[in-house]
Write a protein that binds this ligand. Structure first.
Ligand SMILES: NC(=O)c1ccc[n+]([C@@H]2O[C@H](COP(=O)([O-])OP(=O)(O)OC[C@H]3O[C@@H](n4cnc5c(N)ncnc54)[C@H](OP(=O)(O)O)[C@@H]3O)[C@@H](O)[C@H]2O)c1
Length: 315
């Protein structure tokens, strides 16, 4: 009997998965309780649906992990799922699917800050005067989390003539020539003109950017968060903008999402807030299909699929 895949993905992706040479059968997942399908499928393809996001306090269902051999998270981050999801025999994630898009967003944020062409655009002769523009070349881009997204940012920043410093959890040297790996996150924050936050949401990274760390930023620094809102203490961020060294924040993620109406981050003059759009998912979801197809091929051959989640590290 062929593989049975329970999928929370959209029909167009499911159609593509069904065409895989292993000819898997695709079955639906109950929207309100996706874990209930555990006894009916070999593989569960999950997305961060409301049922999962609301299940953190829920104890592990008796049925879990049932017949499942593999849980495949479409998202790179697995923080939207309860801890017991990781009790499945194999959990992999969508790392890399949107890294290039997110890195492009980061570069757009850096250029918007440095060059701000809207601010120097003239509409009458009287405005025709010299205004200095900021620079990208020669500045220091500091990357906190040198994984798929951080590496994609690093390659771009180096190509633009910036210096790139980075910190990661482990001590593995940076695979990208030109990236200087520093001892810790504080060392990166202290020297960066643009601090790029690309760490996963884990117990270790919750509130990592607190008042003490933000207070060590270089005066005039710009912080860009494309990871998760929980990584930055938002009150401390506002204080670091108003009374501390930070000059500007570009945030694609917050906690919660969306922020309640009236929240200061919507209107702060030196905050650019976007609604978790940097992944450009609708445009790059074909990459998710390619990744799943490649992983199914490996799985069918008895090989390990890509991007296995380590339950101890939490990413
Ligand atoms: N905005 C969006 O739409 C969007 C889309 C995709 C992902 N994300 C978020 O971005 C995160 C990163 O994605 P990714 O694909 O780049 O992940 P990744 O490839 O797993 O990279 C994560 C990096 O963070 C480092 N790290 C982990 N814990 C750390 C710590 N305590 N201190 C310093 N560095 C630490 C890791 O270090 P090692 O290299 O030593 O392991 C790794 O370099 C995801 O987990 C997700 O939350 C957001």
């Amino acid at each position: 009997m062929g593989l049975v895949i329970a999928s929370q993905l959209e029909p167009s992706l499911n159609d593509g998965i069904a065409r895989h040479p292993s000819r898997p059968a695709i079955i639906d997942v109950p929207e309100h309780a996706p874990w209930e399908v555990a006894d009916s499928a070999d593989i569960l393809l999950v997305r961060p649906s409301p049922a999962w996001r609301g299940s953190h306090e829920r104890s592990r269902p008796n049925i879990w992990p049932g017949r499942l051999r593999w849980v495949y998270s479409a998202s790179a981050g697995i923080d939207f799922y309860p801890q017991w999801l990781l009790d499945a025999p194999l959990v992999t994630c969508g790392r890399g699917v949107a890294s290039d898009e997110i890195a492009d967003y980061v570069i757009a944020a850096i250029y918007a800050r440095a060059k701000n062409l809207d601010a120097v655009t003239v509409h009458r002769a009287a405005d025709w005067q010299f205004s200095p523009l900021g620079r990208v070349s020669g500045t220091t881009v500091g990357i906190v989390g040198l994984g798929a997204i951080g590496s994609a940012v690093a390659k771009r920043a180096l190509a633009l003539g910036a210096q790139v410093v980075a910190a990661r959890r482990g001590r593995t040297p940076a695979a990208i020539s030109g990236v200087q790996l520093l001892d810790d996150v504080a060392a990166v924050v202290a020297v960066a003109d643009h601090i790029v936050v690309t760490v996963p949401a884990t117990a270790q990274t919750r509130g990592l950017f607190d008042a003490a760390l933000l207070g060590q930023a270089k005066p005039g620094a710009h912080i860009i968060n494309v990871a998760r809102g929980s990584v930055i203490d938002q009150e401390a961020l506002v204080d670091a903008l108003d009374n501390g060294p930070l000059d500007f924040a570009t945030l694609d993620v917050t906690e919660p999402e969306p922020l309640p109406d009236g929240h200061i981050l919507y209107t702060h003059p030196r905050v650019r807030l976007t609604p978790h759009v940097s992944s450009n998912y609708q445009v790059v979801r074909h990459r998710l299909l390619e990744k799943i197809s490649n992983d199914l091929t490996r799985f069918a051959r008895g090989e390990a699929p890509s991007d296995i989640v380590d339950p101890v590290r939490g990413y």
